[in-house]
Design a protein around this ligand. Structure first.
Ligand SMILES: C[S@@+](CC[C@H](N)C(=O)[O-])C[C@H]1O[C@@H](n2cnc3c(N)ncnc32)[C@H](O)[C@@H]1O
Length: 245
């Protein structure tokens, strides 16, 4: 068990990535600490030996896509493709809207929407969001960002949910359901183990799976080894790789 010492992502102001500012937020949806997300992603990239390269990233419990969208903005020069799925079709719709912000056109449309809202209501929060949209646009240009995004619905506890998918993920990073706002669709105590079985077919030999959960949920899937376990406040993040490859 390890307490996290940040090595890759410096401590700065992440307000441009705040949920509900430029990135869309809906009530009932969770978000994720941005610096922590970046640090975990970079740790995974290091583990797979791609620190100077780009990776394919997949979140099978993507919710509204906050985690993936924030990572796309922050580390877009390290990501070639993003795959996102969730059992909830509403979540999938929100994730699509959010991941579309990673394109120049999607972000410019969002900026126009914020300008319209500012002109209509004159709210300070909208003015600040317009500034953030400009900052994010600069970031997209500076990173020469072009991330392919694909969003679909899938129950990740059902064994064959990904059997028709032809992508391979270098990194799976997911914040699984725990607690008040979101819960597993099937309430099974083995939900994480089932998730690991289901995603196995989209992993390659070196892929890393990073699972963020509360401390109560246990991983007992023997097809994987835990290569790192990190505790941050109430969160536990386990990095796993498939065994016997
Ligand atoms: C903590 S939220 C994820 C939030 C997400 N990381 C974000 O940044 O927006 C967990 C998600 O798991 C989804 N979920 C619950 N059961 C699932 C299942 N069986 N298969 C796939 N997703 C599931 C919920 O719909 C919820 O959106």
């Amino acid at each position: 068990m390890k307490i996290l010492n940040y090595k890759y992502i410096e401590n700065k102001n992440f307000e441009d990535f705040a949920s509900g500012r430029v990135i869309y937020h809906k009530s009932g949806y969770t978000n994720f600490p941005v610096r922590l997300a970046g640090e975990i992603f970079m740790t995974c990239l290091d583990v797979i030996g791609k620190k100077d390269d780009k990776a394919v990233l997949y979140d099978p419990c993507c919710g509204g896509g906050y985690l993936l969208t924030a990572l796309g903005f922050m580390l877009g020069n390290k990501i070639s493709s993003i795959y996102a799925s969730d059992v909830s079709t509403d979540a999938v719709e929100l994730a699509k809207e959010n991941l579309n912000l990673l394109t120049e056109q999607g972000l410019n449309n969002r900026k126009s929407q914020l300008i319209e809202m500012y002109n209509e209501f004159g709210k300070e929060s909208h003015r600040e969001a317009i500034i953030s949209a400009d900052n994010l646009l600069k970031q997209i240009y500076s990173q020469n960002q072009l991330i392919n995004c694909s969003v679909f619905s899938a129950d990740i506890t059902k064994q064959n949910s990904l059997s028709q998918k032809d992508f391979k993920a270098d990194i799976i990073f997911t914040d699984i359901p725990y607690g008040n706002l979101v819960s597993w669709s099937d309430n099974s105590p083995l939900a994480i183990d089932k998730l690991l079985d289901t995603v196995a077919c989209v992993l390659n030999e070196t892929s890393v799976v990073a699972i963020s959960s509360d401390k109560a949920q246990k991983i007992t899937n023997t097809g994987y080894k835990v290569i790192r376990k990190i505790i941050v406040g109430k969160r536990k993040i386990e990095l796993l790789q498939k065994v016997n490859l």
